[in-house]
Unconditional design. Structure first.
Length: 132
């Protein structure tokens, strides 16, 4: 990867905010369909205490990629473009030292000009986590 990477993290509004930006080109080491990719990634997150010891974590991300060369003659010989959006929301609360119960939702969308690369993924998890 060659490009610009910038980030910012600061406390505020009762939590820790982080923002990230990455823009540049992923250069291939071994030949692959589409060759190099130009990409843009944006990420934002918030970690915040709620109701005493409970925690809320929210992560949102968006990215765009564009191949340098057409992906495949079998797929119309067009340059592939992909947009991705991701959201994770997690609520956790300590049970005892090192143990938390949690509920997490994760949602991802990937849209491309080649329908073969379109993806939708939604998941909700509930469970217990051990921190070492």
């Amino acid at each position: 990867f060659a490009g610009l990477l910038a980030g910012l993290s600061c406390p505020g509004l009762g939590g820790q905010w982080s923002l990230g930006l990455r823009f540049g080109v992923d250069h291939v080491i071994h030949p692959r369909p589409g060759a190099d990719q130009q990409r843009l990634d944006l990420t934002a997150s918030l970690q915040r205490a709620l109701f005493g010891r409970a925690r809320l974590e929210v992560v949102a991300a968006y990215s765009r990629t564009r191949d340098k060369e057409p992906y495949s003659a079998l797929l119309g010989d067009v340059v592939r473009r992909i947009g991705r959006a991701y959201l994770r929301v997690e609520f956790s609360h300590p049970i005892t030292a090192g143990w938390d119960w949690l509920v997490r939702g994760e949602f991802q969308r990937q849209d491309a000009n080649l329908a073969l690369f379109d993806i939708r993924s939604d998941a909700v998890h509930a469970g217990v986590r051990k921190t070492f």
